[in-house]
Design a protein around this ligand. Structure first.
Ligand SMILES: Cc1cc2nc3c(=O)[nH]c(=O)nc-3n(C[C@H](O)[C@H](O)[C@H](O)COP(=O)(O)OP(=O)(O)OC[C@H]3O[C@@H](n4cnc5c(N)ncnc54)[C@H](O)[C@@H]3O)c2cc1C
Length: 340
């Protein structure tokens, strides 16, 4: 189903120009994520989305050690300029001071489109940027139709809305699985020092506790094995799911019921209110297939499901299904994978 949700305002002036003139008028800023001087390669999806708009593509990075990140980004194919701000105050991407920083640089650069990932960083930052610019953010887009028109899933992915924005500066967050990361090589962009308004922040970063894992990152893994409430306890979740993940070289995911019951960390939640993944293989173990879970994994290339209930809704989206008790079937499968 497609819905067209046009904001009741006149079309922007850019509509009146020919396509080649328009391309020159479009200028996008992709806001990239970094941690401790290392680029989050997944955020290069924002560059791909910017390239789809046409026009010039600039990137923005900020943090304690932004210079090496800017140098890495300068090599990304199709990027004209990298705007970089080196200041430890922006290291954690706190929206309270990062938003005024970004707004200052957006205004200085005269950008028509500002794009970030629909990640914790982007979801935290971009609404504040949009509010400061009095712009209506368009969130979680999966396609660019033209410079004003974007496609986004609504109702947990059960409907697709085509949204037209007439704001002079479009503030967009993009679904990473819908835009492959731009090629890390092939470019030679100029690096420019951005403006730093050194805005006061009402909040202070105190500490963080990060889950450390040698397994692939859930958001970008090519294989994901997810466990649900059917695992019954954290002990059983770890006993059954972790060897399966290791045998396949897969990331571990979980349903919200499994997370809420304490079987898995909430950074592993897949779904409408968790991460959206689209790996080559997604294996759902003891997961019923509620629409909110499907919203986070139904674009996976191959979906396999193990469930003791033959009528479980997960089998309606699964390419491969195994009806049986997961406590028998999964250890058997793990052994077979290991020995193959
Ligand atoms: C606003 C909102 C947002 C939400 N966001 C999310 C989200 O992001 N992600 C998410 O996952 N959910 C989300 N939910 C919750 C969602 O509606 C479901 O409640 C949840 O996905 C159910 O998780 P589950 O499949 O693990 O549990 P259940 O629905 O309880 O399913 C457990 C499954 O395990 C099977 N099973 C049990 N024992 C065995 C066994 N021994 N062997 C094999 N199979 C077995 C059962 O047959 C059953 O199908 C959201 C809900 C709301 C209202």
């Amino acid at each position: 189903m497609a819905a067209r949700q046009a904001f009741a305002q006149p079309l922007s002036a850019s509509r009146q120009f020919s396509p080649s003139v328009l391309q020159r008028l479009i200028s996008s800023l992709a806001v990239l994520e970094q941690r401790e001087g290392k680029l989050n390669a997944g955020s290069l999806s924002a560059v791909t989305a910017a390239q789809k708009l046409g026009g010039s593509v600039h990137c923005f990075v900020a943090g304690a050690n932004a210079k090496p990140v800017a140098e890495e980004v300068a090599k990304v194919g199709g990027v004209e300029k990298v705007v970089s701000v080196e200041n430890a105050a922006y290291e954690k991407g706190l929206p309270e001071n990062y938003a005024p920083l970004l707004v200052e640089n957006i205004q200085k650069g005269g950008y028509t489109h500002v794009i970030a990932g629909h990640t914790a960083f982007g979801k935290n930052l971009m609404p504040r940027v949009a509010a400061l610019l009095d712009s209506q953010q368009v969130s979680d887009i999966t396609a660019v139709e033209n410079e004003n028109t974007f496609v986004r899933p609504i109702y947990a992915g059960n409907a697709i809305a085509t949204v037209e924005s007439s704001d002079p500066i479009k503030i967009l967050t993009i679904r990473g699985t819908a835009f492959p990361a731009a090629a890390a090589e092939g470019g030679s962009a100029a690096i420019e020092e951005g403006a730093d308004p050194k805005a006061e922040s009402s909040v202070e970063w105190v500490s963080e506790e990060l889950t450390k894992s040698d397994r692939p990152d859930l958001a970008s893994a090519s294989k994901v094995v997810s466990g649900g409430r059917g695992l019954k306890s954290k002990k059983e979740f770890d006993r059954i799911m972790l060897p399966l993940a290791d045998s396949l070289g897969a990331a571990v995911g979980a349903s919200r019921a499994a997370v809420d019951s304490g079987y898995a960390d909430n950074s592993l939640q897949v779904g409408q209110t968790g991460k959206v993944v689209a790996p080559q293989l997604y294996m759902a173990v003891g997961i019923s297939g509620a629409i909110q879970h499907l919203a986070g994994m139904k674009d996976s290339k191959v979906i396999a499901a193990i469930n003791k209930d033959p009528d479980a809704p997960i089998f309606q989206v699964a390419d491969v299904g195994l009806v049986g008790d997961l406590f028998d079937k999964v250890p058997e499968l793990t052994e077979k994978v290991k020995s193959s």
